[in-house]
Design a protein around this ligand. Structure first.
Ligand code: F6R
Length: 608
């Protein structure tokens, strides 16, 4: 999704802006641009395509104050004229992330006042609106505040004025934005990774905040216009953690980081002898004692994690659990149960639909809220009473990999803690689960050793248009996740079904051109799955079966068997996922797609 970087310094800030944009490339974008204030003029450079293009076009641009942007098209096609920054009368420049819902009305009004629009975006209204106030009051802060008061929608913005080379204004509501605090220089960015080469000291803006930034300081005002203090955090993220290193793609790197990410997420728990609710926050024990059910809300891959968790929670902890797609829940008329624990799951913690779903749940009277999230200072974490942070580290590839497996690890911990509190987990069983969790990173490492074999298997998919994924029980959501990974990075149309549903419709699709990928662990449903697989073979479908060590399944003509290193019991979905991630990755490599930045997609979906 769109990315923002801004800087004010005594040095030329163009390289800082460009490097920041490069670091934000992972969020997904289709055009980029920057504007700097130089000799009381705005110099703007924009380009479609990659930041590398913008870097070439900016060779002769320099300045001490500027804003920059990567755009992911929502209103208006990806093109140079729609790229940000947007200018108003060569006086005001604005970068915007989010969606302005009432832009048509404002645009009509401003057009009547002779403002000339040069783009199809909703964002351009912000520049003209600020301009309309600025020409009256000549105060960039007040002009921005006045303009924001007229906007309906979500925004993170950066603003500069040609005749003001001492201040930059920024604001956030519904889209993330932070300040970077340097020595005699200050920055703004959508996320901290953009600023790692200039500062690790960051201030997260709260909803509705507006900030005025200068060389030597900054002032923050809340939504009511009252000056407020926000704490300075020292980011733990290192520059190296967002570098590619020896890997060909971030996705490959992140798949390989999973053993470490799992170990880090489970660190505190695995070093102790017993599970305690406190890992979810100080109020967790009291909250968990009051709940009688769970409602899990999330999007995409994070929603799949919730679906796996439902099997665990109902079977191990014996607690009713519903899992819902956040974007559906937020608009559905639902019946709230105040004893429900609302669990939101998100890598970024900034997904607009998940945030809105949580706010909706709260508005219905849900007070017990827990988030499972990879970004400590994200809006989602701040909005939730309880939290468990996954410690996957920065995930740059658009396709979620290590975030997903660490979410599963966190959800398994939640299951065990609730099972224990509900008297459903004996001492011995607790130790057995803890042992399995301690072993998980090395089991994940063993799956990675299958990489060459899976790469070989992937060759069969390079010329395919469609694929069908099957799974049962706990592994049905893993089939969904495998299909999502394949479609998003290789552009092969892939669907997933619970294997028992095959004969109720999708079997009609099966022929020799439809590869069928089956997730087939050694569990109680294996025999049932075997019959489903025979139904596929009988129709000439080619089978790719991901089974466990010691499986009773065998390779044969049209049946390609891939054996996982072990059967991991309840944790098996985590291992099987890693194999399917590798499959999707190598199919995409064969197809030559842009693995880390698949077309049309964004990493952090901060718009509805
Ligand atoms: C798929 C993927 C997306 C995200 C979804 C939610 O690989 O990454 O489906 O899972 O956009 O994002 P978060 O987890 O940041 O809320």
């Amino acid at each position: 999704m769109c990315g923002i970087v801004g800087a004010i310094a005594q040095r030329n800030i163009v390289p800082v802006l460009l490097q920041g944009l490069q670091r934000l490339e992972y969020r997904g974008y289709d055009s980029a641009g920057l504007a700097v204030v130089h000799n009381r003029q705005l110099q703007r450079v924009r380009s479609t395509g990659r930041v590398a293009e913008l870097t070439k076009s900016s060779a002769n641009t320099s300045g001490h104050l500027g804003i920059a942007h990567t755009r992911w098209a929502t209103h208006g096609v990806p093109s140079e004229r729609n790229a940000h920054p947007h200018l108003s009368n060569e006086l005001i420049a604005v970068v915007h992330n989010g969606i302005i819902e009432n832009y048509e009305e404002i645009r009509a009004r401003l057009t009547a006042q002779n403002y000339i629009f040069t783009s199809d975006t909703d964002s351009e209204v912000i520049a003209h609106l600020i301009h309309s106030h600025y020409v009256r009051n000549h105060n960039l802060l007040l002009a921005t505040q006045a303009a924001l008061a007229e906007l309906v929608g979500a925004y993170a913005i950066g603003v500069v004025a040609a005749d003001n080379d001492t201040h930059m204004i920024c604001a956030r509501k519904g889209s993330p934005l932070l300040l970077g605090v340097g020595k005699g220089e200050h920055f703004i960015a959508s996320d901290v990774s953009a600023l790692l080469s200039v500062t690790k000291n960051v201030v997260y803006l709260e909803e509705g905040d507006v900030a005025e930034i200068s060389l030597h300081g900054y002032r923050i005002f809340n939504a009511q216009g009252v000056a407020v203090e926000r704490p300075v955090h020292i980011s733990e993220m290192s520059s190296e953690s967002v570098e590619l290193g020896e890997y060909r793609h971030y996705m490959q790197k992140e798949i390989h980081e999973q053993p470490q990410a799992l170990a880090d997420t489970l660190e505190g728990v695995c070093n102790s002898q017993t599970l305690v609710p406190g890992i979810f926050g100080a109020e967790a024990a009291a909250t968990f004692a009051q709940i009688d059910s769970l409602l899990i809300l999330a999007c995409g891959t994070s929603h799949h994690a919730g679906m796996v968790a439902r099997y665990w929670l109902e079977e191990i902890a014996g607690i009713p659990c519903t899992v819902e797609i956040a974007s559906e829940y937020r608009y559905r008329v639902s019946v709230a149960n105040p004893k429900t624990l609302v669990v939101t799951i998100s890598q970024s913690g900034e997904t607009a639909d998940t945030l809105a779903a949580l706010n909706h749940a709260k508005s219905l009277g849900h007070n017990h809220t827990l988030s499972i999230c990879n970004v400590p200072e994200s809006a989602l974490v701040r909005l939730s009473k309880l939290r468990l942070l996954t410690r996957a580290g920065p995930e740059i590839g658009v396709a979620s990999t290590k975030a997903f497996t660490t979410q599963l690890a966190a959800l398994f911990l939640l299951t065990l803690v609730l099972a224990k509190l509900r008297g459903r987990l004996g001492k011995e069983e607790e130790q057995r689960h803890l042992h399995a969790l301690r072993h998980l990173p090395s089991a994940a490492q063993a799956v990675l050793k299958l990489e060459p074999e899976i790469a070989h298997l992937a060759e069969h998919f390079a010329d395919k248009q469609h694929a069908l994924f099957l799974g049962r029980g706990l592994h049905y959501p893993i089939a969904l996740e495998g299909a999502l990974k394949l479609k998003e990075i290789s552009y092969i149309h892939a669907e997933a079904y619970p294997a028992g549903e095959l004969k109720h419709g999708p079997l009609a699709l099966v022929d020799k051109d439809m590869p069928v990928i089956a997730v087939a662990p050694n569990d109680a449903l294996l025999e049932k799955l075997k019959s489903n697989l025979q139904e596929v073979r009988a129709r000439g479908g080619e089978l790719y079966v991901f089974a466990d060590a010691g499986t009773r399944l065998q390779s044969s003509a049209g049946v390609h068997l891939m054996q996982m290193p072990e059967h991991a019991g309840y944790l098996s979905p985590i291992l099987h996922t890693i194999a399917l991630q590798l499959l999707a990755y190598y199919v995409a490599l064969k197809k030559g797609t842009d693995v880390d930045k698949p077309r049309n997609l964004a990493k952090s979906v901060t718009v509805e």
